[in-house]
Design a protein around this ligand. Structure first.
Ligand code: AFP
Length: 322
C-alpha cells in the first residue's frame, strides 16, 4: 500500500504545497484521536460561544479550529488562514505562498450523537497579497491548488485532489499514516439516490419543489425511476457517499431567512467540495452556473449547492428555470 507521501512524489506535487497539506493532516490526526476518546476526553458538548455565523460552537469545533490554526501558523509556506469559525483571516507567515481555508469540523451537530463529521480544506495561492486582508482570499474556486476533506467516521479517511483526479486514503490507526485505498475515484454519471433536508420543503423555490416532487414519484413519475433518500446532516458525509457510490446532494436557497442565499459557505464548503466532485467526474452547480466560477465577495459568503452525479445534477438544473 502506498502512503500519502508516496502519492505526492508520484504526482510531482510541489514540496511547498505538500507541507501545507501535511500541516492540515497533522492536525486532523490529533482531531481523530480526540474524537475517538469522545466523552472521555471531555470535549463533547457546547463551548457556549457563538461563531460569526451566529451558531453555537461545540467544544470540539473550538479545539479543532485551534489545532488547525496552530499547526498551519507554524508552517512557513502558509501566508494566512481563514476558518469558518473565525470572523477575520489570521496571518500566519507574511512571505508564505499559500492561503489555507477550512471548516474545522463540518457537521458538528453530529458530534454528540457519535455520527460522522469532517474537516474540509481548500488551498489558494497567496499571490503576494496581504494575508490580513479578506480581499486576498476572495478568489474563485477555479484558483484552488488543492482541496479535500478528512472524514471522521468508523475509519478516518482523507479524500484529496491537487488537480490530478481524486485519491482516497485511510488512516491506519496503528502506524498513524494515511494509505491510498482508492486511486482516481470516479462519481457514477447517473444515480437513484438523493440527499436534501426535506423538512425545509415548504421554504424552497418552485423549481426545487417540482424537482423533488418528481423524484418522490419514482418510476411512476416523469423521471421514470425509483429513488432512495439519505441525510447525514454533514456535507462531508454526503459528499463522501456520492464519491463512493454516486448520488445528488442539494442545499438550495430557501426563504427561512431572505438575507441568506443558502446555508452552506462558498469558501469553506462549496468550493473545496466542488473541486473534488468535478475532479471525480461529477458536477457542482448553483442555479446561476458552476460554483467554482463564482467570484466571491465575502469570505463567509453563502451559496445554494447542487452537486453529485453529472446526469442527475443536469436534470435538477433543468428545473431551475421552469
Ligand atoms: P455544522 O457544521 O454547523 O453542523 O453545519 C453543517 C452543515 O453546514 C452541512 O455540513 C450540512 O449539510 C448541513 O449543515 C446540515 O444542515 P441541516 O441543519 O439543514 O440538517
Amino acid at each position: 500500500m502506498q502512503t500519502v507521501e508516496q502519492i505526492f512524489e508520484q504526482n510531482k506535487t510541489p514540496a511547498s504545497l505538500v507541507s501545507a497539506i501535511q500541516a492540515v493532516l497533522t492536525a486532523s490526526k490529533d482531531i481523530t484521536h480526540l474524537l475517538q476518546k469522545g466523552a472521555m476526553a471531555g470535549v463533547l458538548g457546547s463551548a457556549e460561544a457563538e461563531n460569526v455565523q451566529g451558531e453555537t460552537q461545540k467544544k470540539l469545533d473550538v479545539i479543532s479550529n485551534d489545532l488547525l490554526k496552530d499547526t498551519l501558523k507554524a508552517c512557513p509556506v502558509v501566508a494566512g488562514i481563514a476558518s469558518e469559525e473565525e470572523d477575520l483571516p489570521v496571518v500566519a507567515n507574511n512571505d508564505g505562498e499559500y492561503l489555507v481555508i477550512f471548516d474545522p469540523l463540518d457537521g458538528s451537530s453530529n458530534i454528540d450523537i457519535n455520527v460522522t463529521v469532517g474537516t474540509i480544506f481548500s488551498i489558494l495561492p497567496s499571490n503576494g497579497g496581504d494575508p490580513a486582508e479578506e480581499a486576498t482570499y476572495l478568489q474563485s474556486g477555479r484558483k484552488q491548488l488543492a482541496a479535500g476533506y478528512v472524514l471522521y467516521g468508523p475509519s478516518t479517511m482523507l479524500v484529496m485532489t491537487t488537480g490530478q483526479g481524486v485519491d482516497v486514503f485511510t488512516l491506519d490507526p496503528s502506524s498513524n499514516e494515511f494509505y491510498l485505498t482508492e486511486q482516481q475515484a470516479q462519481i457514477t454519471a447517473s444515480t437513484q439516490e438523493f440527499a436534501i433536508n426535506m423538512s425545509n420543503q415548504r421554504f424552497w423555490a418552485e423549481g426545487v419543489q417540482n424537482y423533488v416532487a418528481d423524484l418522490l414519484q419514482g418510476e411512476e413519475g416523469p423521471l421514470g425511476k425509483r429513488y432512495n433518500m439519505r441525510w447525514v446532516a454533514a456535507m462531508v458525509a454526503e459528499v463522501h457517499r456520492i464519491i463512493t457510490r454516486g448520488g445528488i446532494f442539494m442545499y438550495p436557497w430557501d426563504n427561512r431567512d431572505v438575507k441568506k442565499p443558502g446555508k452552506l459557505r462558498l469558501m469553506y464548503e462549496g468550493n473545496p467540495m466542488s473541486m473534488l466532485v468535478e475532479q471525480a467526474g461529477g458536477l457542482s452547480m448553483t442555479p446561476d452556473g458552476h460554483i467554482m466560477d463564482i467570484e466571491p465577495e465575502l469570505i463567509h459568503q453563502r451559496v445554494p449547492v447542487f452537486l453529485g452525479s453529472k446526469e442527475e445534477v443536469e436534470v435538477a438544473m433543468s428545473y431551475q428555470n421552469k
